[in-house]
Write a protein that binds this ligand. Structure first.
Ligand SMILES: NC(=O)c1ccc[n+]([C@@H]2O[C@H](COP(=O)([O-])OP(=O)(O)OC[C@H]3O[C@@H](n4cnc5c(N)ncnc54)[C@H](O)[C@@H]3O)[C@@H](O)[C@H]2O)c1
Length: 260
């Protein structure tokens, strides 16, 4: 490990699990001071425990990214604890499978949009305000998806064509372009990654279905799905000064899914 984020203060949402937790561990190993945030307080504690064991500097700031008050509190924890905010990684996200028990279809759609799109937007707003106030620019990495660039394959059984997940991730791609264009002059870079399938809680039910999982593997030219650390590697690059001329970009991290 090295010091690619030495002295940087990084806020990570969805840090209790999966890609966010992998980012928290990796960023800390690269010298960042990490604000660990998630709606699930016990999940935050799990990640915090790993950081404590590694001797990292961190604070825990649980919250719901769909609430403006909470997002201001999460970003504010960076300012209050460390006097600045250099990096924001928006990993909080849900799929349509997470809202399957909500009876009203309009509400199901809205909940996914609220977490994935509104939550990302609110966190960006709260972080940018602090980046501006403290100066020195910053770097934001949003988590889109291959499903922000393409639709679900016909006959996959994963969408009826009205999938809020697809809609929300496509909008995150555009949010990233819009913000990247708007904030460049202020030294604030905004990029997104678009992962293919990753071995996290989010894909648990798909991986538990052997037929579905075989189809999923077949769609990734590398012949496997990703480990969360492989997504965190690219997020780390985009967050760091090594990506100093990259903004408004959407990086596919998909094992070739969208190339095939
Ligand atoms: N796993 C994949 O295959 C995959 C593929 C493409 C994109 N992504 C995206 O990556 C991101 C991270 O997903 P993951 O795979 O690590 O899933 P995950 O379920 O392991 O982690 C998501 C985290 O977000 C948190 N969260 C949910 N709603 C929240 C809210 N309202 N406020 C704050 N936190 C909230 C959850 O508690 C959870 O800890 C998501 O945006 C997801 O859409 C995942």
């Amino acid at each position: 490990m090295s010091d690619r984020l030495q002295d940087k203060v990084a806020v990570i949402t969805g840090a209790g699990s999966g890609i966010g937790a992998a980012c928290a561990r990796r960023f800390a190993a690269e010298g960042a001071r990490v604000v660990v945030s998630d709606i699930a307080e016990n999940a935050c504690a799990g990640t915090a425990g790993a950081l404590a064991e590694a001797g990292a500097e961190y604070v825990v700031a649980p919250g719901d990214v769909t609430s403006r008050e909470d997002t201001e509190g999460i970003a504010g924890a960076a300012r209050d604890s460390y006097g600045r905010l250099d990096v924001l990684v928006n990993c909080a996200g849900i799929t349509t499978r997470d809202v399957a028990d909500v009876p009203d279809p309009d509400e199901r759609w809205q909940r996914v949009m609220d977490v994935n799109l509104k939550g990302t937007m609110l966190m960006c707003q709260a972080a940018v305000e602090i980046m501006r106030a403290t100066g020195g620019g910053g770097s934001i990495v949003n988590i889109a998806s291959i499903m922000g660039h393409i639709g679900y394959p016909p006959g996959s059984g994963l969408s009826d064509g009205f999938s809020a997940y697809v809609h929300s991730k496509g909008a995150v791609v555009q949010l990233t372009r819009d913000l990247g264009a708007a904030l460049g002059r202020e030294g604030i870079r905004v990029n997104a990654v678009a992962p293919g399938s990753v071995e996290t809680r989010l894909t648990e039910s798909l991986r538990a279905n052997p037929e579905m999982f075989a189809k999923l593997l077949a769609r990734h030219p590398l012949g496997r799905i990703a480990q969360p650390e492989e997504i965190a590697n690219v997020i780390l690059f985009l967050a760091s000064d090594e990506a100093s001329f990259v903004t408004g970009a959407n990086w596919m991290v998909d094992g070739g899914y969208t190339a095939a």
